[in-house]
Design a protein around this ligand. Structure first.
Ligand code: AHN
Ligand code: ZN
Length: 334
């Protein structure tokens, strides 16, 4: 009698074990596989949290160098990174703009596992453009932009990644760099003689003056304009040229997570962005995740460099697709 009872319970627990195992093995959603959190070491990216960080940045007003809003926002970004447990360095630099103006710039570097030699670098620009020079209304061309997508979206996603990394460290060391003075490039209306390389001043400075002597990373990922509804990211040209292995890894990871409608499996054009200088001057193979659209008049998303680059057009699903893909890449790198 006793032995039959044991047999029954043994059998029952075996059935329970098996059914639990099936529940954990990831479900199918249409034909897009959804990777279960149980099969991946990556934490869940919280898009509400990223959205909040984006909105918060815009409340300071346009983050244009040499303004009070710019200083206030940089203090906020530094304090958030510290709150998440990062070791933070503020790299101050006086940078010359296209018109000769001196910009009081700050690159903000947040590091996790500083003694680990195997590192991943994530970056975005945190300043916003002083001119809406692509606005359909010419009266707006001198108006600074809110830059919810152009600037704040990449930073918001990186802050949420920093929060997650602070709670559970990946195997790799990690640095997040928020570059300044990316978007102070020569405006279309400028009649004077502008020099070369007037965009990406903060990253150009950092790439030749890294925050740590001899700094390097296995690879880098730049997030630029990653928050628009129905955004799509093509494989950018310089990224393919310098870091194709990582382009493939990122786009494949996104597909596996079911985000193939955002990460299009097609080649896009070449864009001068912060990653170009990190690739060329710092020799770190870096990928730009950026919304380019060769069918739009600007070459980018609809509200690029207009007064309408506001929170209204920021979409949490896009933030989730980008943030979860990056977390997946980071936590599976050994
Ligand atoms: C050029 O227009 C050459 N580069 C633009 C890069 C950029 C501007 N990213 C955000 N705003
Ligand atoms: Zn811009």
């Amino acid at each position: 009698m006793k032995s039959t009872n044991y047999g029954f319970f043994l059998c029952l627990s075996f059935i329970l074990l098996i059914s639990c195992g099936f529940n954990q093995s990831g479900k199918e959603n249409g034909n897009q596989a959804v990777v279960s959190s149980k099969t991946s070491p990556a934490p869940d990216f919280n898009a509400d949290s990223a959205y909040y960080y984006i909105e918060k940045q815009t409340t300071f007003g346009p983050r244009v160098p040499n303004t009070a809003a710019h200083v206030a926002c940089s203090n906020y970004l530094v304090s958030e990174l510290k709150r998440f447990g990062a070791h933070v360095i503020e790299q101050k630099a006086e940078l010359k703009a296209y018109n000769g103006e001196i910009l009081h710039a700050r690159n903000i570097i947040g590091s996790f596992s500083v003694t680990n030699k195997d590192r991943i670098l994530l970056f975005a620009h945190w300043d916003s453009r002083p001119y809406a020079d692509h606005d359909p209304d010419e009266k707006n061309h001198q108006v600074p932009i809110s830059g919810a997508n152009d600037g704040a979206s990449g930073v918001g996603v990186l802050l949420e990644i920093a929060r997650q990394v602070g709670m559970k460290y990946p195997e790799m060391g990690m640095d997040i760099i928020l570059f300044d003075a990316e978007d102070y490039g020569t405006p279309d209306f400028y009649k004077g003689d502008a020099g070369e390389d007037t965009w990406c001043l903060g990253s150009q400075y950092w790439a030749v003056n890294p925050h740590v002597k001899g700094y390097t990373a296995r690879f880098g990922i730049l997030l630029d304009m990653v928050g628009a509804k129905d955004a799509f990211f093509m494989k950018e040209g310089f990224s393919r040229e310098y870091a194709n292995r990582y382009v493939e890894k990122i786009w494949q990871t996104a597909r596996q997570l079911g985000y193939g409608k955002y990460f299009i499996n097609e080649n896009g054009g070449y864009i001068t962005d912060d990653h170009l200088y990190v690739n060329r001057l710092a020799n770190i193979p870096s990928v730009d995740i950026i919304q380019m659209d060769k069918n739009s008049s600007s070459g980018f998303y609809e509200h690029w460099h207009t007064v309408n680059d506001t929170m209204e057009y920021i979409d949490k699903e896009t933030l989730k697709a980008v943030g979860q893909t990056i977390l997946e890449v980071i936590y599976n790198e050994k």
